[in-house]
Design a protein around this ligand. Structure first.
Ligand SMILES: C[S@@+](CC[C@H](N)C(=O)[O-])C[C@H]1O[C@@H](n2cnc3c(N)ncnc32)[C@H](O)[C@@H]1O
Length: 189
């Protein structure tokens, strides 16, 4: 991504590799924008305080995060992680999504001095060929956490169990309508 973005650098625009965990700009920004990344960072109480502190007077914060972890596609993933032999391989780890409710972020932005805000949950309608395609979708997102924490040779078994459990609870609609919730928040300080 950085290699590709290099072509667009210049005129005050640079691209740098860094972890959000240590994001603390020396010079405040007019805009802090994050798409689909903060759900991987724990401790939103402190994180949002840091983001707000990195904004100049009148600066804007714009964030999008998935909010779909109460859907069967995610609930089943956690349930399977708690079953053997995966529980032992994961050392008892079950993912806890750090994303809070929309009203939590509204309160937080207000407390941090954002005079203007727009915080909402939006359902993105996804028409997938069938329920089995939900497995492919989640494999590229939520399941990467479990995949990275278990031996490579065990992950296909996890995936097989996940597919079996998930397809037992999802309605067999074709095409399959997968409602995907996202949290969109914007504020100006
Ligand atoms: C779903 S992708 C979104 C990528 C990009 N923002 C976009 O909109 O296409 C999530 C990204 O978050 C990154 N990520 C996860 N934890 C991170 C952290 N602590 N610091 C920086 N990036 C992180 C991952 O490497 C991944 O590229």
């Amino acid at each position: 991504m950085l290699e590709k973005s290099a072509a667009f650098a210049g005129k005050g625009l640079t691209f740098k590799l860094g972890t959000i965990l240590r994001f603390a700009p020396q010079t405040p920004f007019d805009l802090i924008f994050s798409n689909a990344a903060l759900q991987w960072v724990d401790g939103h109480e402190v994180l949002f305080e840091r983001l707000a502190a990195g904004l100049a007077e009148g600066g804007q914060l714009a964030v999008q995060m998935p909010l779909n972890h109460d859907h069967a596609s995610h609930v089943v993933a956690d349930a399977v992680a708690g079953e053997e032999p995966f529980a032992t391989a994961l050392g008892g780890y079950v993912r806890r999504v750090p994303v809070e409710s929309p009203e939590w972020y509204a309160e937080k932005l207000d407390a941090l001095g954002f005079g203007e805000m727009n915080v909402r949950m939006q359902v993105y309608p996804q028409h997938l060929p069938g329920p089995e395609d939900v497995v492919e979708w989640v494999k590229g997102t939520y399941l990467t956490d479990y995949q990275s924490r278990m031996p490579a040779e065990l992950f296909p078994r996890y995936l097989e169990r996940y597919r079996e459990r998930l397809l037992a609870v999802l309605p067999d609609r074709r095409p399959y309508f997968y409602p995907y919730k996202r949290l969109l928040l914007w504020g100006r300080r």
